[in-house]
Every structure is written in C-alpha cells, then in structure tokens.
Design a protein around this ligand. Structure first.
Ligand code: SOE
Length: 358
C-alpha cells in the first residue's frame, strides 16, 4: 500500500527531535515536503531527509497546495498554529499539530468548527499520552482498580527560566507569539494528561501565576525585551465526578529537567506516575493497592507492560488508516484544553474561581 505523503511545517526542536524521526520510522508515512521561514532549518532538514529543493517552501500555503501532500504536520510556534491548521482543513487535508492547539480558546473553537465542516482527521501532539506509565495509569484508573478518585496532584517542572540559564527573550516568553507562558507551554500538557488518565472534564479552576524575571536579553541587538507571560502557574481545578485536582507548573525548578509527577489518590488505591526523576531514562509507575501497602504507607514500583509502549507519529498514521486506539488527542481534546488554559488565565486576572464552559 502506498505510504501517506506528509508535508511538515515548522522545523524546530520538536520537529527535528520527534516529528521528522517519527515520520521516517513509520512504515505508513513518507515525508515529501518541508516548510520553514528559516533557510538554515529548511536546508538542514532537506539534507537530513533527502527532500528535493522544489519541495521545500518558506510559505506554508505553498506546501498545503501541493497535490502530492496528503497530510500536514504542524510544529510551528504557537501563533502560527491556527493559520496553518485552518489552511490544511480548508484544503481537506488531515493534520497533526503541536500543543497548545491555538493561542486562545476562541481560535480553538473556530478551528474545531472548521475541522468538523471539512471532515478532516486530526491529532494534537500531547506527547505524554504516549508515555507507557501514563497509559498504564490510565487503565488502572479507568478499570476501577483505584476505586473512586478523590485527588489528582500534577507537577510539571523545568528549570530553563532560572536566571543562571541566561535564556534570552525567546518566543516562549512573548505573549503575542506564545499565548501564555509556562501555563500554555507546560500546563497544557499537565491539564491534558490529567484529563487523559481520569477521563473526567474540568468544571472550574482557580489560578495564581507570576512572572519572576520581567525582562530578558533581546534576540536582536544588545537591549532587553519584556517578558509578558507567566513563569509559573499554580492551579486548583474541580473536575466532573468531584475530583479535586492541583497543578504546579514552572520553568524555575532548580534541578529539574523535564520533570513530571502525577499522584492519583483513590478509594481503594493510589498511584504515582513519574517522568525524568533524577534523570531516569524511562517514565515509571508506583502503586499502593493493597491494605498492607496502605497500612505501611508503601508505594511499589511496577513493571510496565509492553502493550503500553506506542509511538506518537505512528498513532497519527493509525488515525489516518482508521485503525487508531482512540487514545490520541484530537482537535476536540485540544479545544477542551484551550478552554481550561484560558479559564486559568482569566482566574489569575480576576483572583477568583472561573467556570469552564465549552
Ligand atoms: C518547553 O521547554 C518544552 O519544549 C515544551 O514546549 C514541550 O511541549 C515539552 O514536551 C518539553 O518542554
């Protein structure tokens, strides 16, 4: 069977590190076109994947218009997500897209409507849905092993915002390009992962967020540029079925790399999902399921069954081939995520709980 021909737009870190290698590794996908506004990024990807110069573009509209591009892979900065995804949908081309889906919930609503109108398949790259320990945790929660869930506590911590890293004012610190700071960048993952594991929706949220470092070295010239987004966000969320969730999202956690910790406390058991703990190469799962464990306050690390090890880009191919497992995020999930992110931002401004609608 002929491979599905992919055109990739946005050739930065996540594309080079995950999307392009994942497309290359899939027996069902073939990379046929590239797009980036950076000539260097375009040249580097072209040479790495052997793409003909006439299939390399600076304007995403030219890539979407190619008759030999069946689907579009989108890894641009956040402020370009909506335009590229809308162009793909209007051309009737399925697409996969990096998180957060869009800059705002309003954009997400419009994109979700267009996807429905044009009937295109989609996937939002909430990449931690493909962590085996997260999938195992999801099964233990969904199959009732833990019983009724009371609390979920979710931490997503990085350190590159700390002054010692001297990170300049990159697009992730500029609201017009990123939408929000740690909240949309890391918090979108955290909010999606808790929704993925619990299967529950967010009903209302209250948040606290600040900007620790108010200006950073400008990318051009010798001056400084303002940071107009959050450096961290602490949130509480009430979920359907009454789950009380808490989130700690930060770029200022000294000693952390790409650290995630989700604790799920249930009536009959609890679990701890961990990523990048003490630099461990694999995600892990600790559980406390038996009365003796509860009595001794013991959580035991469990082996992760092989069936939970799934690749993100192959999952996109499976969606396109109508053989998906249903565990990948679609634009509908991305839209729900954006409504939670926007409600958290609104709560930070108002200093009160905000209901999540839509
Ligand atoms: C931020 O540092 C970042 O690159 C996020 O943008 C990614 O989504 C996350 O997977 C890793 O960290």
């Amino acid at each position: 069977m002929a491979r599905i021909r992919v055109g990739s737009v946005g050739l930065g870190g996540i594309s080079r590190g995950v999307h392009l290698p994942g497309i290359a590794a899939s027996p069902d996908l073939e990379l046929v076109a590239l797009c980036d506004i950076s000539e260097e990024a375009l040249r580097s990807a072209r040479e790495a994947y052997g793409i003909a110069p006439e299939r390399c573009f600076a304007d995403y509209r030219d890539l979407v218009a190619c008759d030999d591009v069946d689907v579009v892979d989108i890894s641009t900065p956040n402020d370009v997500h909506f335009d590229v995804a809308m162009a793909a949908a209007q051309a009737g081309k399925p697409f996969c897209i990096e998180k957060p889906l869009t800059l705002t919930a309003q954009q997400a609503d419009a994109l979700a409507d267009a996807v429905e109108r044009y009937g295109v398949k989609t996937m939002v790259c909430f990449s931690y849905r493909y962590k085996a320990a997260a999938r195992y945790a999801r099964d233990l929660v969904r199959n009732g092993t833990l019983g009724k869930i009371y609390h979920v506590d979710m931490e997503y911590s990085q350190a590159w915002g700390l002054p010692s890293f001297n990170t300049p004012r990159v697009w992730r610190f500029h609201k017009a390009e990123t939408g929000s700071g740690a909240l949309g960048d890391l918090g979108s993952h955290a909010l999606d992962l808790v929704r993925f594991v619990t299967g529950e929706e967010y009903e209302r949220v209250v948040g606290h967020a600040e900007t620790f470092v108010k200006e950073r070295k400008a990318l051009c010239g010798d001056g400084m540029a303002p940071v107009d987004v959050d450096d961290f966000s602490n949130m509480l969320a009430q979920m359907s079925s009454g789950i009380a969730a808490s989130f700690r999202i930060t770029r200022f956690a000294y000693g952390r790399g790409n650290y995630q910790r989700m604790v799920v406390y249930g009536e009959k058991g609890s679990l701890v999902y961990l990523l990048d703990e003490n630099g461990a190469p694999e995600d892990t799962l600790d559980v406390c399921l038996d009365p003796l464990g509860a009595e001794n306050h013991m959580f035991v690390r469990v082996p992760i069954p092989q069936r939970y090890r799934v690749d993100q880009m192959q999952s996109f191919a499976d969606i396109l081939l109508n053989k998906a497992d249903g565990l990948s995020a679609t634009v509908a999930d991305g839209r729900a995520n954006m409504h939670a992110v926007d409600a958290a931002l609104a709560s930070v401004e108002k200093g009160e709980w905000v209901d999540i609608t839509g």
